[in-house]
Design a binder for this molecule. Sequence first.
Ligand SMILES: Cc1cc2nc3c(=O)[nH]c(=O)nc-3n(C[C@H](O)[C@H](O)[C@H](O)COP(=O)(O)O)c2cc1C
Length: 461
Amino acid sequence: MTQQMRVFAFDFSGPAHLSAGLWRHRDDRGPQYTSIRYWVDYARMLEQACFDGIFFADNVGYHDVYRGSVADALKDAAQIPANDPAYAIPAMAAATTHLGFGVTSSTAYDQPYATARKFTTLDHLTDGRVGWNVVTSYSDSAAKNLGTGTQLAHDDRYGRAEEFIDVALKLWEGSWEDGAVRVDAESSTYVDPERVHEINHSGEHFDVPGIFLCEPSPQRTPVIFQAGGSSRGVAVAARTAEAVFMNATSKAGLKKQVDNLRQQAAEAGRDPEHLAILQMITVISAPTDREAQQKYEEYLKLVAYDGAMARYSGWAGLDMDTFDPDVPLKHVNTNAGQTMVDIFSKMDPTKEWTPRDIAEYIGLGGTAPVIVGGPETVADELQSWMDETGIDGFNVVHAVKYQDIKDFTEHVVPELQHRGLMRTRYEGRTLRENLFGQGQSRLPQDHPGAAYSHRAAVGTA
Ligand SMILES: Cc1cc2nc3c(=O)[nH]c(=O)nc-3n(C[C@H](O)[C@H](O)[C@H](O)COP(=O)(O)O)c2cc1C
């Protein structure tokens, strides 16, 4: 029997995310991204539908690879303008009690000390409902504007990421013992200094000798998400990610990725079932198949080729304007996102992709496969992705901002719930509990971060 699926809404704190040109649709609510009321309304809708959470992508650079210019990205709002997603979260959290919040934050330019503090603050203010999507960044424009000038090489970025995560885990799990915060007026002790420890980290990229600034939050460590499917990306995920975000174009390709990741997690000494794997999926739904198909055809007419190519060129680090639009893409190594090249050049040996095919495909929902249909058709298809690949759920992508997710909550969620495939009430309190089961607000013992914990030593396990 299919297990209950985990469902997140994938979004971006800007007017347009993965779909190119769709912001021109009459129902699109992209321009409202600057309003806190928009995000609060959105959060309430997702919680009512029992979504696990909202998952924010983010990019600290912009797409200026296509034609060597940012012009096409600006014209199509291709992930620019882009606000920092973290700031809307406390307001969304105040309007909800169970919804989780996945926030993308890069390890390429920030310091782990500051990032760890940002996530602990969010975890406090959401009562333990935050996840960190660890990304390593891929845009030269980010490097130019954030002080390093050039990017580290692809694999070195992952080396930095590994150490970055390690420092953050030491701060979250190893600095403050449970019980360190006493708030004891009698002994005039707010924090017991004996129970706060320096982490003494000295490594290749970071030296962090001291104690953490924040007291422990409900989850201590936010749920760690990872996205990035190159061999180095998978190795990092296998060791440290609790939820992994994939973007395969076919079920066969996805199954290979899932099996590989779970095997590597087992080799790293972890229970492979302690990783929740989420596939990106675009869903265009309506009360009937026919209406959904009509909507899809209307959407297709709005896809903007240059906006799609501006996105893809940025993700892949290849100027698609220099490629023949009708010659299939061959495998090449890139210093940007290797996954973005591989999915169209080698993941599915039965299919060749020309730049024109890629633009048409990613124009609607980015690299996420598209499901079009009424409630039963969509539920059947989602169920078969779960059964045939071993994933745990989905990150649902919209083509038309807000509206497609609203349609999903109205048409698809009731059918999934009717089949027992989606929850009808939240089981837990924190994001980790809702993903992995009640009583599991903290990192599991087989996660490397648990080794830094003082819980066992002080008898408060
Ligand atoms: C499904 C998926 C989603 C991603 N989302 C983001 C994102 O929101 N922000 C970002 O900077 N990078 C994102 N990335 C990029 C990766 O985290 C990574 O930096 C990049 O893909 C290079 O790693 P790779 O070669 O392992 O794919 C994403 C990658 C994938 C595969």
